[in-house]
Design a protein around this ligand. Structure first.
Ligand SMILES: [Fe+2]
Ligand SMILES: [Fe+2]
Length: 318
């Protein structure tokens, strides 16, 4: 049974610590982390927790992080500057979470108000926030956590520039608008899961444990959105993979265009090829694991879990 106060971890686990893992050792570490944090049971528990979120919203509480115990020696097998640049990018990409949550609420409210509340909370008739959604509560911890990690590793405070959020773009069909939007959310959770796993493969000790906390949230959200989307739109694995991969490509292009801290450093570094291969490997392995899990998600199981499909009410609220 999924315990939101614990998530799916007890201790960090990437296998034997080698101070400078080579490419193949890093792959082994990535596989071990996936086995631990994206086990089939863990993914199933995250999804089966969703209906109870609609009835009684509950936030997953983080394990305590000993910030003072984080230090630069816990970065392994990678140029620390590259590691730090990816941490800095995480701070930028994770914000502004309020705008992301409102964007999702606008798409969801017309079709599935309960999921809208889970993502973006509830509002008064005047548009003022009444309650904050669980997804937002969990996600809004991520940017400050990566900011603290960065500060602990460098002694410097990061001045992030928040991402731009498009907002709800109505195309007069709430269902296809929402389908498109949910695939974009799957892409961002897939991306965050993969990048944080890769950072954990290049870290040990308290640093690795600190990154595990946002990682567990991302895996939780990825499983929930994946199952919700399969149920609502009756899509196949291939359709979800294709749709989210298209969003992923535009996401990566967008960040490339923004010339984020990480990209500029990655372009200059001679180890770029290895890191790109490792990241590609991580993104792929996460999707392979989702494929295995997806085989357990029959439509009858999803209906049993989430009920009959909702009936669309109105258009996108924005
Ligand atoms: Fe996040
Ligand atoms: Fe996320």
């Amino acid at each position: 049974m999924f315990d939101p106060s614990i998530g799916c971890d007890a201790v960090g686990f990437a296998g034997t610590v080698t101070h400078s893992p080579n490419y193949f050792q890093s792959r082994t570490r990535i596989n071990r982390l996936i086995d631990r944090y994206l086990s089939i049971d863990c993914l199933s528990d995250c999804l089966s927790d969703l209906p109870s979120q609609f009835i009684q919203p509950h936030q997953r509480h983080w394990n305590p992080i000993h910030w003072q115990a984080i230090d630069r020696n816990q970065i392994i097998g990678i140029d620390p500057e590259i590691f730090l640049s990816v941490v800095a990018s995480a701070v930028e990409i994770e914000a502004p979470i309020r705008a992301y949550a409102k964007e999702s609420w606008d798409y969801l409210q017309a079709v599935h108000p309960q999921m809208a509340s889970f993502m973006g909370g509830t509002f008064t008739e005047q548009g003022q926030t009444r309650t904050v959604g669980i997804w937002e509560k969990e996600e809004r911890q991520h940017a400050p956590a990566f900011g603290k990690i960065y500060q602990q590793l460098t002694g410097e405070k990061l001045q992030p520039k928040p991402n731009t959020v498009q907002g709800c773009q109505s195309m007069d069909d709430p269902w296809s608008d929402l389908n498109y939007h949910v695939l974009s959310r799957i892409a961002t959770e897939w991306s965050a899961t993969s990048v944080y796993l890769w950072l954990m493969a290049h870290s040990t000790g308290e640093l690795q444990q600190a990154i595990a906390q946002p990682l567990i949230d991302e895996v939780n959200h990825l499983a929930k959105f994946w199952g919700f989307s399969r149920w609502l739109f009756d899509t196949s694995y291939q359709q979800q993979l294709q749709g989210s991969a298209q969003h992923l490509v535009s996401l990566l292009q967008h960040h490339q265009d923004e010339r984020s801290h990480a990209n500029s450093l990655l372009r200059l570094n001679r180890d770029t090829l290895i890191y790109s291969l490792e990241l590609t490997f991580t993104f792929t392995r996460v999707m392979v694991r989702l494929h295995r899990w997806n085989q357990e998600l029959s439509y009858s199981y999803l209906r049993h879990l989430l009920g009959s499909e909702p009936v669309p009410v109105t258009q996108c609220v924005a």
